[in-house]
Design a binder for this molecule. Sequence first.
Ligand code: NAP
Length: 248
Amino acid sequence: MASLKDKVAIITGGSRGIGRAIAKALALEGCSIAITYKSSSAQAQELVNEILNMNSKALAIQADSAKFEDAQRVVDEVLKNFGKIDILINNAGITRDNLLLRMSEEDWDEVIETNLKGVFNFTKAAIKHMISQRSGKIINIASVVGLIGNPGQANYAASKAGIIGFTKALAKEVASRNIQVNVVAPGYVETEMTEKLSEEQKKRLFELIPAKRIAKPEEIAYVVKFLASHEADYITGQVIVVDGGLTA
Ligand code: NAP
């Protein structure tokens, strides 16, 4: 695989889980990394130190993905520190699960604003630079739930399906500028997001997954790393599902 040496990546929600694994995978290829987080500053700083020890550059910036001004501040800070942006990974995401009958307007808004508007905010803030640079890779982390739905997750499924529509539209807008926009849609991944599942829920899940296990965050990061590389230059507007066969 082509090296990502001298490339610069922003990873939203990079302090924990899948974002953290993506940050490490790109840093190992020599990429300079800027991660954002909402509140886990200790974990974000610890990751920055880990990446600096790998001899790659790293920066952690507190920024709420739901706020456009935060996204603009991150883009400005990364341009000031690293001089360019080659890769944007829109990964920050939350769940606020409930059956629609019991779902509050607040839980709907928070999920849509963090997961879907967050993708708009960071992409809108970074795209101008990518267009004038005439290159860029945008990888949005959705979920298989955005393709097949899941009871209790109408807000989350809508946010992830929205990300897929956004990706396809934008991919068509910027393909001629040498900017590729794709989605990675994981199935179930071992992170704090899925830690909340009961043993019974996990058992039922395993029965549905042909691979009979949930993914490690690194298994999502490998696919993101490929999409961020030069080898994926002819792939755009696609949804790459990484789910152990769940939706096969
Ligand atoms: P996670 O372990 O809960 O980590 C979420 C990350 O996002 C953290 O770094 C968190 O930072 C950050 N974040 C949350 N809200 C934010 C906000 N408003 N602004 C900025 N950062 C924010 O989650 P994960 O499992 O790694 O999930 C990462 C992505 O993969 C999400 O988009 C999720 O929907 C998607 N996904 C996950 C799974 C799964 O099974 N785990 C499956 C499919 C898709 P703080 O700690 O500071 O809040």
